[in-house]
Design a binder for this molecule. Structure first.
Ligand SMILES: Cc1ncc(COP(=O)(O)O)c(C=O)c1O
Length: 374
């Protein structure tokens, strides 16, 4: 079946108790068990799991083409759980352009957990090979990256990681499975902030891990971290993400078409020093993106010729774009990343990152043009 069909139906089985077509939300924190703690209904306590979260997990596995999926309270909770499931003494190699929060985990938390971290440009084959260590258990990629929208060749990186005996996890938040399926390209796991496009309406926080092969040992470690540290997805949040998945295919098509129109309009402007959008033929990763993505996504970053102050001035003049962090909702957002990220930020000071929404592209372009020239 095609992606759109799977996304509409996965985890959406008619409720056997009532015949309801829309999935029920089970808010119960506890489930009847037997006198010796037996679980006749399959559930015990909300921190172990709940029926709405289970539906979401089935859907996430189906849309990514994975054998197992685990939902979390946030994207960061999912990322942290995967890293915490590694044995102490491991080394993790991260791509150098990385969502800021994961960079914080790498720098501030991994050393405390007895895990070494380093970063390299995974697109640079020689540097990547040189950065692998005997203890490297995991390579962490993101493509397209946040905020520079770099593109990584996942087939090549997966092969190199596997040759070394390491796994590859891909933060697929910006592309979503509607546009790119890392597991089909050789990755072992995909991580998502479902807070973004999967939820799709800027009203729910969540995270997910999807594994290519169900791996009982890894599953046990991930579930233990999720249970013991309490990073489960709430039932209502699971339900909202599940609902978001139904329209993901349509939304991503429109996000990508709008982003392409906006990026093309910005590319010719004298006020703009550079536009980072994988759909532009001038983007260094364009050919790789054409091979591994169905469309180029809804995020556009651009750099202002007049530097930091110019970038902040332009952001301040926009009327339709809201100055706000996050991405993946129906409304267009923009932010000066360097101002919002903290101590470990590597965002260029002249960069604005835009999440292109589902408005008409002419209105978005008109707003950007008045802000650039105003
Ligand atoms: C690429 C990427 N990964 C992970 C996260 C973290 O997700 P959350 O905010 O749900 O913890 C974000 C959030 O912006 C993100 O953009």
């Amino acid at each position: 079946m095609q992606f759109e069909t799977i996304a509409v139906h996965a985890g959406g089985e008619v409720d056997p108790a009532t015949g309801a077509v829309a999935p029920p939300i089970h808010l119960s924190t506890t489930f009847e068990h037997g006198p010796a703690g037996e679980a006749p209904h399959g559930q015990l306590y909300i921190r172990d799991g709940n029926p709405t979260q289970t539906r979401l997990e089935q859907a996430l596995a189906a849309i990514e083409g994975g054998e197992a999926a685990y939902a979390f309270a946030s994207g960061m909770a999912a990322a942290a759980a995967y890293l915490q499931a590694l044995p102490a003494g491991s080394h993790v190699l991260f791509h150098h352009d990385l969502y800021y929060g994961v960079r914080v985990l790498a720098n501030d938390y991994l050393p405390r957990w007895g895990i070494e971290a380093s970063a390299v440009d995974l697109a640079d084959e020689r540097a990547f090979a040189a950065a692998l260590r005997p203890a490297t258990r995991l390579v962490w990629a993101e493509t397209p990256t946040n905020p520079l929208l770099e593109v990584l060749d996942l087939r090549r990186i997966a092969a190199a990681a596997h040759d070394h005996g390491a796994s590859l996890i891909v933060d697929g938040t910006l592309a979503t499975p509607a546009l790119q399926r890392p597991l089909d390209l050789g990755a072992d796991a995909v991580m998502h902030a479902t807070t973004k496009y999967l939820g799709g309406h800027s009203d729910v926080q969540g995270g997910a891990l999807v594994l290519r092969r169900s791996d009982p040992e890894l599953a046990a470690r991930l579930l233990r971290v999720r249970h013991d540290l309490g990073a489960v997805a709430a039932p209502f949040n699971s339900w909202l993400v599940l609902r978001g998945l139904r329209s993901l295919g349509c939304r991503m098509e429109r996000h990508a078409a709008n982003a392409m129109a906006v990026a093309s309009a910005l590319a010719g402007r004298p006020e703009v020093a550079a536009v980072h959008y994988p759909g532009l033929p001038s983007h260094p990763g364009h050919e790789i993106a054409r091979r591994q993505m169905r469309a180029f996504g809804g995020m556009v970053s651009f750099r202002l010729a007049g530097g930091r102050e110019h970038a902040q001035r332009v952001a301040g003049r926009l009327r339709l774009f809201v100055n706000a962090t996050s991405l993946g909702g129906t409304e267009s957002l923009i932010e000066h990343r360097a101002s919002v990220e903290g101590a470990h930020s590597t965002a260029p000071p002249d960069l604005l990152r835009a999440s292109i929404g589902l408005e008409h592209p002419d209105d978005l372009i008109a707003d950007l043009m008045q802000a650039l020239t105003g």
